[in-house]
Design a protein around this ligand. Structure first.
Ligand SMILES: Cc1ncc(COP(=O)(O)O)c(C=O)c1O
Length: 451
């Protein structure tokens, strides 16, 4: 094993295909259900909301799906992304563990989200679509789709969750820089938004509300809706991350014992983990796969595995997933991208089968570890990514206790250059932990649809 710090693949090593985990799952992910009929959702209905291309990918059971050449050409700007060995962090922690991180903050808008934004905008452009709408939590997805829309000349309207809109003004500026329109959600622009505001004029918003507004806008104005996470095709687009990581770990002459990703809707986690899970399901080495979520929004760890809506207004199909109830509004933690009530159906399926495990982390521990990481490695991590950092550091601390030298890989999904308000508040002692919001979750779960 060498003493290298970074593992860089050549541009011609960008994966040519996305990896579809569905092909390797013995128990297939349950199909979405049409709430109007109780039967599996007809694809034709979904195509009124999403691009046809996205829906083909959504329902495919092929193991490998070719990445369109124009998408690969654009991705050459930041892919393959680097894999780092966190040698200085290892020293600070005084651990025998080997810590690696794949860094997605090198994409133009600063996170893994660009991988799917380009793919989705490309399909819309190919089908003659002129306008797209979407939701965003922290603003990473919104800025990624805004940038992708500017490349393909699409009009883009982004509904940004109110609490993040207030916490991260520069994300709004960035979206506008790329020519998009950003609207704080809940807004007065849609029926859903007006209804929510009539009940609670100070509502801080949620991804579930923002999705409802973006879908309503798309349906009313002849646009297509693009989603930043949760659905199979979005998870698929992120698998370039794990495929590259497998090649880079080979360069390092190592293989991870643990693979870690933060879980919002699940696309970042799927991106790093699915290719490793695929190897395992096909008879490869057993890896401990760990999803990390905020204690304030404990979907995988405290949610119910049931059919539920993906949004507040109940406009989406019913998806079988771990859910906290579609009306649950999580506390306003700074990891806005992790404030989603449900978990991707594919991730929920593998969690239910015990192929992965999940844990929560508290906001103050996340920021404490993000600061240690930043001071050791010099990279300012996004609060969402810092959930994975904190869990990886816990594993490394455990190695110190046991004396075991495990190989730990996590996805550093984005930089936090536009999240500095959160860091300032942390240093000023203004951030707090949130206890498990049990009564709110119980209330939201009591409204689960009955099939
Ligand atoms: C930097 C970053 N990492 C991770 C996530 C969580 O992503 P996902 O919803 O794909 O799980 C987000 C979501 O916005 C994010 O912005």
């Amino acid at each position: 094993m060498s003493d290298r710090v970074k593992y860089i693949l050549d541009e011609n090593k960008i994966p040519t295909h996305w990896y579809n985990i569905e092909a390797d799952l013995k128990i297939k992910t349950p199909a979405p259900i049409d709430p109007a009929t109780g039967a599996p959702m007809e694809i034709a209905k979904l195509e009124s909301i999403f691009s046809k291309g996205a829906m083909e990918q959504e329902t495919s059971h092929e193991r490998y799906i070719e990445i369109p050449k124009p998408v690969r050409e654009i991705m050459r700007q930041w892919r393959p992304s680097p894999l780092y060995r966190a040698r200085r962090l290892e020293k600070v922690l005084d651990t025998p563990a080997r810590i690696y991180y794949k860094y997605e903050g090198v994409s133009p808008s600063g996170s893994h989200k660009t991988n799917s934004a380009i793919a989705q905008a490309f399909e819309c452009k190919r089908e003659g679509v002129k306008k797209v709408t979407t939701e965003t939590g922290a603003g990473q997805w919104g800025s990624a789709l805004s940038q992708a829309s500017s490349i393909f000349g699409l009009e883009c309207r982004v509904y940004m969750v109110r609490c993040s809109f207030d916490q991260k003004p520069y994300r709004k500026a960035m979206m506008e820089l790329f020519g998009a329109t950003t609207i704080a959600s809940p807004s007065m622009e849609t029926e859903v938004g007006r209804e929510v505001l009539a009940k609670d004029p100070d509502c801080r918003g949620s991804l579930g509300i923002a999705i409802s507004e973006a879908v309503e806008d798309a349906l009313k104005h002849g646009a297509k809706y693009c989603l930043g996470s949760v659905l199979n095709h979005v998870l698929l687009h992120q698998t370039v991350i794990g495929q590259e990581a497998i090649a880079q770990m080979e360069m390092a002459e190592d293989y991870p014992d643990i693979v870690i990703g933060a879980c919002g809707g699940g696309s970042n986690f799927a991106g790093i983990a699915f290719p490793f899970i695929g190897e395992m399901l096909r008879g490869g080495r057993k890896v401990d796969i760990l999803g990390v979520e905020p204690a304030a929004c404990p979907t995988l760890t405290k949610g119910k595995y049931a059919y539920d809506f993906g949004d507040v207004a109940k406009t989406t199909p019913l998806m079988k997933m771990y859910t906290l109830g579609s009306s649950f509004i999580p506390p306003a933690v700074h990891a806005g991208g992790l404030r989603y009530h449900g978990m991707a159906p594919q991730i929920s399926n593998i969690a239910k089968q015990g192929i992965m495990r999940a844990r929560t982390v508290q906001q103050l521990d996340v920021f404490r570890d993000a600061v240690v990481f930043a001071r050791a490695e010099g990279i300012t991590p996004a609060p969402e990514s810092s959930h994975a950092i904190s869990a990886a550091m816990d594993e490394a601390r455990e190695c110190k206790k046991t004396g075991k030298s495990k190989s730990i890989l996590f996805n550093l999904s984005g930089h936090g250059h536009l999240d500095m308000t959160a860091y300032l508040e942390y240093f000023a002692g203004k951030l707090k932990n949130y206890e498990y919001p049990e009564p709110e979750i119980a209330m939201a779960l009591s409204g689960l649809p009955v099939l």
